[in-house]
Design a protein around this ligand. Structure first.
Ligand code: BDR
Ligand code: CA
Length: 329
């Protein structure tokens, strides 16, 4: 009997691991990607939108509606990370050419829908309600606005899985803050206090899931498709960065793990905590403060989200490989 696919909306800032997460979700028999919304983060929102359209078109999924969202965080200015994701957010794809000298990556022909990202999120929440999973892979600007505009509709969704936060580990943007939260702390604070059924998949778990660089090469040799070529090309700079910065031979599957948790929450172990976002601190802006005290049940505030604290990394990485390069494992 065919597996019932669960509707899933993905909100993304169009980076390299976002592209992997999108392909992973698209190739998952468990999920039906009913829409993608974009937000400024790894790159500006126009580029993020182009990146998503490119990935979907190349993967033969140009029917999925893509809606562009906010170009800047609720407060402050956009912090981009070109050193990790490249100037285009997708590993600088203009570098890759066919033997004829033509670019390997022509601009996508597929266009975004006219609807704003926030409205697509709200429409999807109303349409799919308790069947809908929302997965966020970038700053939470769009989701915060959706929560402000239509809180009742948003609260009914089945789950929101967010790649974001650093709880008992250092940050990656500052010593304490993870990028997606740091890029729009005010939005993260609104979302966390909107009584959504939210799970935070932060650096505590994503730093444990590393895809070895050799897998990408083996995957491409095994499949030789436009998709495996794109994965090989867009991850090159990304892997170079992590070799230099963290001395690893591959890269973290931050955003794909959030999709993995939307598919199967048992990949991680979670605790239910009260989490607040530091929006002011001179050195700690964007820090996710979880009340992990033993005495929190007596003296603390009620929990508002589930926080992933450990991950079955081997099982997850195998699962991810099986979805992107079937038969490789
Ligand atoms: C997050 O930041 C971005 O650079 C990645 O795409 C991921 O969403 C990891 O901190
Ligand atoms: Ca991202």
């Amino acid at each position: 009997m065919a597996m019932q696919k669960r509707p899933c909306l993905i909100d993304t800032d169009g980076g390299v691991d976002d592209a992997l997460a999108l392909l992973f979700a698209q190739h998952s028999p468990e999920l039906d990607v009913i829409g993608v919304t974009t937000v400024a983060g790894n790159t500006d929102v126009h580029q993020a939108t182009e990146n998503v359209l490119r990935v979907l078109e190349l993967d033969g999924a140009a029917h999925v509606p893509v809606a562009m969202g906010y170009a800047a965080p609720l407060e402050g200015h956009l912090e981009r990370v070109t050193s990790i994701h490249g100037v285009d957010g997708l590993g600088e794809l203009h570098r890759f050419k066919h033997e004829t000298g033509e670019s390997r990556y022509a601009p996508p022909t597929y266009k975004p829908v006219d609807t704003h990202a926030v409205d697509l999120i709200i429409e999807s929440a109303k349409k799919y309600s308790e069947n809908l999973s929302i997965v966020t892979l970038g700053p939470l600007t769009n989701l915060a606005e959706a929560c402000r505009k239509a809180p009742e509709a948003l609260r009914k969704v089945d789950r929101v899985v967010t790649m974001g936060g650093a709880f008992a580990v250092p940050g990656n943007m500052t010593p304490v803050a993870e990028f997606n939260i740091f890029a729009d702390p005010e939005a993260a604070q609104i979302v966390l206090h909107s009584v959504l059924p939210i799970t935070l998949v932060g650096l505590d778990v994503t730093l444990d899931v590393i895809l070895e660089r050799g897998i990408i090469e083996a995957g491409h040799a095994h499949i030789r498709s436009a998709k495996s070529q794109l994965i090989a090309d867009c991850t090159e700079l990304y892997a170079n960065f992590y070799k230099e910065a963290d001395d690893i031979h591959g890269f973290y599957l931050h955003d794909p793990l959030a999709v993995g948790v939307a598919i199967d929450p048992s990949f991680v172990k979670m605790s239910h905590y009260h989490v607040t976002v530091e929006c002011r601190g001179q050195y700690t802006r964007g820090f996710t403060v979880a009340d992990r005290r033993k005495r929190r049940r007596v003296f603390g505030q009620p929990p508002n989200c589930h926080v992933a604290e450990s991950v079955d990394e081997d099982r997850f990485v195998r699962f991810f490989i099986d979805h992107l390069w079937p038969g490789l494992n």
